[in-house]
Design a binder for this molecule. Sequence first.
Ligand code: SF4
Length: 354
Amino acid sequence: MRYNTLVKSQIYFIKTFGCQMNEADSQRLAAALTGQGHRLTSQIDQATVVVINTCSVREAAENRVFGLVEKLAKLSAKSYQPKVILTGCMVGSARGKRRRYTLTQLKNRLPQVKEFKTISELVGDYPLPVTRPCPAEVLVPIMEGCNHFCTYCVVPYARGAEVSRPLDALVTEVEALVKQGAKAVTLLGQNVNSYQPDFAALLRRLQTINRLQKIAFLTSNPWDLTDEIIAAMRGPKVDRQLHLPVQSGDDVILKKMNRPYTAAAYRQLVAKIRRAIPEIRLSTDIIVGFPGETRAQFARTVALCRQVGFNQAYIARYSPRPGTAAFRLADDVTPAEKKRRWQVLEALINRGKI
Ligand code: SF4
């Protein structure tokens, strides 16, 4: 680790919650720790150090972290006493401007945790250490943070404003990963379309790397997905699976979510992508039961999903997150109705039953 906290050769276990950004951070952490002579274990009860990489997007994810720490405390009573380090979005949130809890409150709630550090405090900034041997499929963050402030989302508070990694450094890193055995890369960012200086240019440069077979990316939102990016996506190595969160098919709800597009604009964008890349497969994110969402508004989401024909969807039942703008809105769709709406979309998209 970057700071001098781990002495001698430790056996470490990393538990990762949340999105692929966190998975990528955990890969980076593991590469750094292994490079320093510590050994990774897949058995938490054999670890002398447990790193918990947290997610604060949903309350349930935070509760799982609290539950895991409590479980470790109970194990500790039976003479198993790993050093517990907390990292990831909960630590970032606790230090942010619109935090829901302070670091002191987090420390009081989790007295078993010895260190609260962000990932950069643990492993420093980029470039990433390259693991040897490298897995065939690697996650490569190309940017951090988000500038968009969708009203339900804590990410801009937890991860800060968008910062892109330099294009040349990314190309060099992917070349090194390919030399170590990587065949596929997934480029990660909260909104890869806004990668600076130019996401299309990055895709084109990565296409030229010999022996790299596949380039995927996450997440591409419906704004800033320019014609140039779509043209670059036609490159033979770019994955034909595109994740394009729609969140709702109703314009009023989209506006309340601060998503800067209409349902019609989303449909037109999908049509344009399909004209350019007919074999593309689309997945999406949808939130059901956003504050004030009526049955008629939900029906517009269902209609949009039928028209677009997503091959997969991550459907979330809205839950208010303190610190976000939507937290001030009445959470007025009942849990039973949220569940019903979730089931309708789950059956329609993920089980193809309707
Ligand atoms: S684009 Fe919206 S949903 Fe995605 S991370 Fe940014 S604020 Fe959150």
